[in-house]
Write a protein that binds this ligand. Sequence first.
Ligand SMILES: CC(C)(COP(=O)(O)OP(=O)(O)OC[C@H]1O[C@@H](n2cnc3c(N)ncnc32)[C@H](O)[C@@H]1OP(=O)(O)O)[C@@H](O)C(=O)NCCC(=O)NCCS
Length: 136
Amino acid sequence: MKKAIIKGLITYFIAGNECEVVSLDSIAKYKGIGSLFLKEVECVSKRKQCKSIKLITTNDNMRAFMFDQKRGYTLAMLYVNAVEKARKIKPEIPFAADNGIPIRDEILLVKDLTSSVFRFAREKPHGSNAATPLKC
Ligand SMILES: CC(C)(COP(=O)(O)OP(=O)(O)OC[C@H]1O[C@@H](n2cnc3c(N)ncnc32)[C@H](O)[C@@H]1OP(=O)(O)O)[C@@H](O)C(=O)NCCC(=O)NCCS
């Protein structure tokens, strides 16, 4: 029997016509896994008639902030000091990230799924900047 290897995990929920990505974690980074997972959830959301997908990241998470924006997510809201409230429920949230930035604020990013052009940067060859329709 072939051994299954877990490469990452994405969790999400759909409520009405909106999908929220709750978590996205890739174990083997820079191999296309995060992009693949996110794309799959976008396709599921589209099939379920969702109009948008949202996700939240924190102010320290530069990699996620860049990753999400390159995949068509735009800044929708900044929740200043929101992590302080989250820490009351989840005290294990560290005060600073490995990069030294204090973990403090939450950033809401949203992708509009009704747009006729979906930007999914790494669906196209490296270096190309042309928008590509989302192919599910
Ligand atoms: C953010 C995260 C999910 C990205 O996962 P990942 O598996 O590294 O994502 P990918 O490999 O698809 O993409 C990462 C980069 O590697 C590049 N890449 C993918 N395959 C590649 C390959 N074969 N060769 C070279 N580069 C490649 C991608 O183009 C991408 O670069 P870009 O963002 O400049 O376009 C991951 O860093 C992670 O788990 N972070 C910790 C948890 C977290 O922050 N989650 C997100 C909260 S919203």
